[in-house]
Write a protein that binds this ligand. Structure first.
Ligand code: FES
Ligand code: FES
Length: 164
């Protein structure tokens, strides 16, 4: 049996395929289709989710590729998907998470396929820094995310804006 948090829900799985990817499990078993499959080989970042590890009683969050991490590795962790950031069905700009709002305001999304992945990488950065950590740190944090549309500059601007 494995037990972990998915967003704000405790999940216990007794029967599962341990080598199923988190991405496949989210999309196929849980109907959480915000995370996308681009390459399925860890190269594009469309599948990015955030994983929390409990260390000395405190959660530490980082972004990972959902297509690479296996379901069996989730035991004891906190899995956060893009669905956790806004729970309202048709949120206003003000109801979006600051990362999402900044992406909208800076035009950081065009076709949108890469956007949930960028949002989750930025969300991990946002969770682990109290203030804007600088352009180099943002570039590092987004190093695993590819976008074919925006040219990246609007996304980098959004990364700065979400901390303001
Ligand atoms: Fe491309 Fe996971 S789908 S990195
Ligand atoms: Fe189209 Fe990024 S907005 S791939």
């Amino acid at each position: 049996m494995i037990q972990f948090l998915l967003n704000n829900e405790m999940i216990q799985l007794t029967k599962f395929v341990p080598n199923m990817s988190i991405l496949d499990w989210l999309r196929t078993n849980m109907g959480k289709v915000g995370s996308k499959e681009g390459c399925a080989t860890g190269d594009c970042g469309a599948c990015t989710v955030v994983i929390g590890d409990l260390i000395n009683g405190q959660w530490h969050y980082k972004s990972i590729n959902g297509c690479l991490m296996l379901l069996g590795n989730l035991h004891g962790k906190h899995l956060l998907t893009v669905e956790a950031l806004t729970t309202k069905p048709n949120p206003s700009l003000e109801q979006l998470h600051p990362v999402q709002r900044a992406m909208v305001e800076c035009h950081g999304s065009q076709c949108g396929f890469c956007t949930p992945g960028f949002i989750m990488s930025l969300f991990a950065l946002y969770m682990s820094h109290k203030s804007y950590p600088g352009r180099e740190a943002v570039i590092q944090a987004l190093g695993g995310n590819l976008c074919r549309c925006t040219g990246y500059e609007p996304i980098l601007k959004a990364a700065e804006k979400c901390f303001s």
